[in-house]
Ligand binder design. Structure first.
Ligand code: SAH
Ligand code: SF4
Length: 360
């Protein structure tokens, strides 16, 4: 048993923060220590139960376009992937997906896409306004990439509540190994700061085990999130896609992904943390294990069946053959099997009550 690591987990649970040196000790070689992972998971789950109870929030995600003008090396939607059949949903298609979603109990709609200039700011704002008008009690989350402050401001004024933009890596040098030269780490970080300053519940996150990710990179990620205090944190294993430059790279570690979920929960007790689709892809019961490790959100797909298999960020993505209704039922059963219940609610970030150290 590696005592030092256990002591650091206890310290994290008590104070919600660690120093750079402590993160280094905790993360280095942690993935192989099964007992340690279990220890972190049980502590993290207890914190999640304390903050959010036995409820899991669901978000209906509409993947409305797989057209992207960016070329991230890891992603199947990258502009350079000429093998992919591209699609765009119309505004009416998107609204119809949300209408279905509402019937199935979703009270948050997540609109996600590649960076597709076809959807102008006017289109996005109109869509957000219509959704907020038709479903005033629902939250709208956007995940449409890097934009200017003014653009984010316009979406916010149209009514968007939340925004997901994974930082991918808090290490600038590492960022340069995952993206082509015309993409910049500082712009990604600028976007996140703008989003937060505009009052969005803001989500950042990383792929665990992305090519050339080192323990130092993960330490940088934890240090960044400790300071930034995102309301949402998306963590999933990196999974290779066969039509990208990273086709032959190793996938990320399932165990390490669960461990980082637990550590994020202990660091930011109130965070909204999804058990991601990538986690369910790497392991059949990965999402259940994600919840048991401290996650509290699941994001089933609301996209039309006809386009599901075309939004392929990585190979073998799950749930491409199921209708929205089937996905909804499946999630309900999966959560019940581990003693949790799907909540029919917006599922907002719970503001700190001032009791926890990180609230001060
Ligand atoms: N275009 C938007 C949203 C779509 S991509 C954006 O980039 O922000 C959503 C997320 O999918 C990315 O942030 C990335 O972390 C994840 N992703 C992309 N390719 C992946 C892969 N091969 N394995 C695991 N996750 C991947
Ligand atoms: Fe485009 Fe997002 Fe994929 Fe990058 S991660 S290629 S921005 S869809």
């Amino acid at each position: 048993m590696n005592n030092e690591k256990y002591i650091l987990i206890d310290k994290l649970a008590e104070t919600n923060e660690l120093s750079r040196e402590e993160w280094m000790i905790l993360l280095d070689g942690a993935g192989e220590d099964e007992e340690l992972l279990k220890y972190a998971a049980s502590k993290a789950r207890a914190v999640a139960d304390q903050v959010y109870g036995k409820e899991v929030f669901i978000r209906g995600i509409v993947e409305f376009s797989n057209i992207c003008n960016k070329n991230c090396y890891y992603c199947g939607l990258r502009a350079g992937n000429s093998k992919l059949t591209r699609y765009r949903l119309t505004e009416e298609d998107i609204l119809a997906c949300c209408e279905d979603g509402y019937k199935y109990g979703f009270r948050t709609f997540v609109l996600q896409s590649g960076e597709d200039p076809y959807y102008t700011d006017d289109v996005i704002c109109d869509l957000v306004r219509r959704l907020k008008k038709d479903y005033p009690e629902c939250a709208v989350t956007l995940s449409i990439g890097e934009k200017s402050y003014e653009q984010y401001k316009a979406y916010r004024e149209a009514g968007a509540d939340r925004y997901l933009l994974r930082h991918e890596t808090a290490n600038e040098e590492h960022y340069g190994k995952l993206h082509p030269e015309n993409m910049s780490w500082s712009n990604r970080m600028r976007c996140l700061k703008d989003l937060k300053s505009l009052g969005y519940q803001t989500g950042c996150g990383v792929m665990i085990g992305s090519p050339e990710q080192t323990v130092e990179c993960l330490v940088d990620d934890m240090m960044f999130m400790q300071e930034f205090k995102p309301e949402m944190i998306g963590l999933g294993p990196f999974l290779p896609h066969s039509d990208t430059p990273f086709r032959d790279k190793d996938k990320g570690s399932y165990e390490m992904t669960l461990f980082l979920i637990s550590l994020c929960r202990l660091m930011l007790p109130n965070a909204l943390i999804p058990a991601t689709t990538a986690l369910g892809t790497i392991r059949p019961n990965g999402r259940e294990q994600g919840i048991l490790a401290g996650a509290n959100v699941i994001m089933p797909n609301l996209s039309p069946l006809t386009v599901r298999d075309k939004y392929m960020l990585y190979d073998n993505k799950i749930c491409t053959g199921d209708t929205s209704n089937e996905c909804r039922g499946c999630i309900e059963r999966r959560m019940e099997s581990i003693g949790y219940k799907v909540a029919i609610t917006r599922g907002d970030y719970k503001m700190c009550n001032g009791v926890r150290p990180h609230c001060t």
